[in-house]
Design a protein around this ligand. Sequence first.
Ligand code: NIG
Ligand code: FE
Length: 421
Amino acid sequence: MTEEQVDPASGSVLRHAHLYSPGTAASLHLRDAAVVMSAGRIDWCGADDRLPQRYQQLPQYDCGGRLLTPGLIDCHTHIVAAGTRADEFAQLLHGVEYSDIAANGGGIMSTVHATRAATEDELLQLALQRVDDMLACGVTTLEIKSGYGLTLEHELKQLRVIARIRAARPLRIKATLLALHKLAPEFAGRADDYVDYSCDELIPAVAQAGLAEAVDAYCEHIAFSPAQVERLFAAATAHGLDIKLHAEQLSNQHGAALAARHGALSVDHLEYLDNAGIAALAASNTVAVMLPAAFYTLRETRLPPVTQLLQAGVPVAVATDSNPGTAPLTSILLAMNMACTLFRMTPEQALAGTTLNAARALGLGTETGSIEVGKWADLALWNLDHPEELSYLVGVNRLHRRYHAGQYEPAIPSNDRTAPR
Ligand code: NIG
Ligand code: FE
């Protein structure tokens, strides 16, 4: 019987893998390893020649010395979106600032118009193309944000699409209500009223519907103030939702410290984070998420203080930030490469950033992100020899197999060429 025909409840074994799994204190690195997967979880892992007798009868797959890592985790994306921003790319190349594009009605608002105009089915097809790219890169867990609707109707539409992706594809998904992304045009000149609307209508409705696990905001001089974000956090927490924050991307609003004080799962971007912000994160459990593709697209020059964050013991994650404007990519592998080349992270740190620390940024640190007994058997097997190669290769994907809850998923659905563009 081949392994992929096996009922996951009965289990299977991966043999002769070059296992590399980032850890908190030390990484697990075994040249010739076996991993036993049972009922969707990792039941045993260790040196192949120590595989206990009781597992010898299970169906086996010989990895042939290929690199085996935890499945990759993209902990920050905005993939439920319509429209293109290729025209803005041309403007950016000519030196127009992102904030000026936004001030002229483009930027996030451009995607809001296109997303509002799209049907739920169209948004699903567009998102599935991106999800399939991600699955093909070894992603097993994905966070997806709303934030291009800005009314209850359209935010719920985006969040329902996320729920449908969850049902349509074999991966774990965390949905985030990005409530304060951009001031809705209906509230022009009344930002505080929009914050009230988010706290009093959006959050309760979304929590009631069970359509999101976390609430996010964009704390920036061109977006929302720390005081407004703080009100949102209070409402989110009152409804039992986790919190996250886009902070210190274009300026220092001290958003990261605010978020850490409120127990945020993560703060993301952080180019303008100062020493006080680093200290606040170090004193919390909040993860710092690096988004090098947005830095790259906007051709930013101010680097986030990655080295200082790592020295202070802050867990650092890496994500694509996949969105039509500032990060039109789907490859988490490319984001890892950029984290190294642009932000000077080591390949080991980049891989920890898309596995263990990304899991923590989603509140899943005890469930996934490393190859450990008891965790979900979400794994990626690569046609590579060394873990460093995942970050070293530029725009190259050497995924051999992806396992979701212990199951090999060979049929990554191909992009539907009839899908809306
Ligand atoms: O994470 N910073 C704000 N939000 C997104 C950009 C969204 C957009 O430009 O459409 C980000 O970079
Ligand atoms: Fe973002």
